[in-house]
Design a binder for this molecule. Structure first.
Ligand code: PLP
Length: 261
């Protein structure tokens, strides 16, 4: 049987992040990809030039059209942009009793562009986080969500625990933004007590555009195929590590990670 996943996220005209990265990742991992767009970005490897949010009704209509027809085994969210969009997505997913939800709490693009309005953070915390099967923040996102400063290993543990208290079943706190020179460590912590650290060699490259999108999409693809949360996360980590190691030198700025790696 063909497994179906859905991404609810923004479009990256440059093809390296957002909906495009998600659908390419689904395809590469053998899951059929469906999508609901929340915003269009005019973007290339040098950065985000413009953001055009999609009307709330249009976001809901896309999700409903897909869920009314397909059996979607896992949904991931990426760039959600506004509190209104987040609220509508949460209500829609609750109405469909859609259970497997991976939330990549996208906030700011590497070039500095805001992909989530400041006043939308609260909606993300109160409306969507309690529905999450897995949430995949990086350190700056975890700091915004928890209000904690994250510098040490114990800060990482405390932030992950706080994110679980907000209602997620599991968290992957990605350590790439910490100042560890030769390696990066991601912490997996689940409400059922499961805990492990994924340590990987730090890869020196500027072609990392879309890393977070690709990682969370890979988790969604594997969950759609019936992997457990921990197995999906470990597999997605291998996928993103290879994609970063073989990043594509496209454009003049930050090239995309390589899904064929
Ligand atoms: N554009 C969109 C639509 C995204 O969803 C994201 C990340 O989630 C980005 C851009 C940022 O990509 P990066 O920070 O990896 O360059």
């Amino acid at each position: 049987m063909t497994n179906v996943a859905m991404t609810i996220a923004g479009s990256d005209s440059g093809g390296g992040a957002g909906i495009q990265a998600d659908l390419k990742t689904f395809q590469e991992l053998g899951t059929f990809g469906t999508s609901a767009l929340t915003a269009l970005t005019a973007q290339n490897t040098l950065g985000v030039h413009d953001v055009y949010p999609v009307a709330v009704e249009a976001v809901v209509s896309q999700i409903s059209a897909v869920l009314n027809d397909f059996q979607v085994s896992a949904i991931k969210t990426g760039m959600l942009f506004s509190a209104d969009i987040i609220h509508a997505i949460a209500e829609t997913l609750k109405a469909y009793k859609q259970h497997t939800l991976i939330i990549d709490p996208v906030m700011i693009a590497k070039g500095g562009a805001s992909l989530l309005l400041d006043d939308a953070v609260n909606a993300l915390k109160t409306d969507l986080l309690p529905l999450a099967t897995i949430i995949t923040p990086n350190i700056p996102e975890a700091e915004v969500l928890t209000g904690l400063t994250i510098k040490t290993d114990s800060d990482v543990e405390n932030a992950a625990k706080k994110l679980l208290e907000m209602g997620a079943e599991a968290v992957v706190l990605k350590g790439g933004h910490r100042d560890t020179a030769n390696y990066a460590e991601d912490l997996f912590l689940a409400a059922n007590g499961e805990r492990f650290i994924m340590r990987s060699e730090r890869i020196n490259t500027k072609d990392t555009h879309g890393t977070g999108c690709t990682f969370s999409a890979a988790i969604a693809a594997r969950l759609a195929q019936g992997f457990t949360a921990s197995a999906a996360v470990i597999d997605a980590k291998h996928f993103i590590q290879a994609a970063i190691a073989n990043g594509l030198h496209l454009g003049a700025g930050h090239g995309p990670t390589n899904h064929w790696a």
